[in-house]
Design a protein around this ligand. Structure first.
Ligand SMILES: O=C(O)C[C@H]1NC(=O)NC1=O
Length: 244
């Protein structure tokens, strides 16, 4: 099967890192492709960035449809454009936050999230509410690191993440930690070893969920709100989307 992983920000090094993490966990016979939109924010650190990146996600889904991808992963912890993306395909589309929440509740009764910037915490809180996991999550924490510090080996990002994860372990009465950024896809083992708790990272969780759904012959339902968009004209820069 072919899983198309979409990094909604436009930082190619993060896209490559995400694709490598997905490929390492993928089952034999699963092909991973990782792309990012040509246009959009270099990092997603708030509501405005999420909104802009959602258009790029939709465009990546449309290109994936031409290659008949078997499943899609939206590799940003805000799951930007998830429902819009599901309207565009019969394949499963999985957001990394949703995937991580599901996995965390299968191995623990309570988890905490450790993400990048405190200002994006509300986005995770909204997702927890929307997906029905709010009562499982003890706290949404932030290491206060800009997303692109995760691309800088000389930054203190990993040390700050580990410190915040240790505080979650010691203070939150939890059984697991969810990493709150696609850019952390290569840090799971280091953080779990340093903290001594199970650490769930959304990219790898989404790959296994996508393989399960495809294996079960399940895809996005086209009955109801996730049916293909109604044909209509789009104007200006979106004219190419007319009568999808
Ligand atoms: O919301 C965040 O902090 C993380 C989110 N931003 C980003 O560019 N990729 C992400 O996963």
């Amino acid at each position: 099967m072919h899983i198309h992983v979409i990094n909604p920000n436009t930082t190619a090094s993060m896209t490559h890192k995400i694709g490598e993490a997905a490929s390492r966990i993928a089952a034999p016979g699963t092909r991973i492709s990782a792309t990012n939109p040509a246009s959009g924010p270099v990092s997603i650190e708030g509501h405005f960035d999420e909104a802009i990146s959602a258009v790029g996600v939709a465009e990546e889904i449309r290109s994936g449809e031409r290659e008949r991808a078997d499943a899609y992963i939206i590799a940003c912890f805000g799951d930007p454009g998830l429902l819009a993306a599901r309207e565009l395909t019969r394949a499963p589309v999985i957001g990394i936050a949703e995937a991580a929440f599901h996995m965390a509740t299968l191995i623990s009764t309570r988890f905490s999230i450790v993400t990048t910037l405190g200002r994006t915490g509300i986005i995770a809180e909204h997702l927890l509410q929307n997906y029905g996991f709010a009562h499982h999550c003890r706290r949404v924490r932030a290491a206060e690191i800009p997303v692109l510090d995760l691309e800088d080996d000389g930054s203190t990002a990993l040390a700050r993440l580990i410190d915040e994860c240790r505080r979650a372990r010691d203070e939150d009465n939890i059984g697991a930690i969810v990493l709150g950024c696609g850019g952390m896809a290569d840090l799971t083992e280091q953080i779990s070893d340093a903290v001594g708790l199970p650490v769930i990272e959304g990219v790898t969780a989404a790959v296994k969920l996508a393989e399960a759904l495809v294996g079960l012959g399940l895809g996005t339902s086209k009955h109801g709100d996730l049916a293909f968009p109604r044909p209509k004209a789009y104007t200006g820069q979106f004219a190419h989307l007319s009568n999808l």
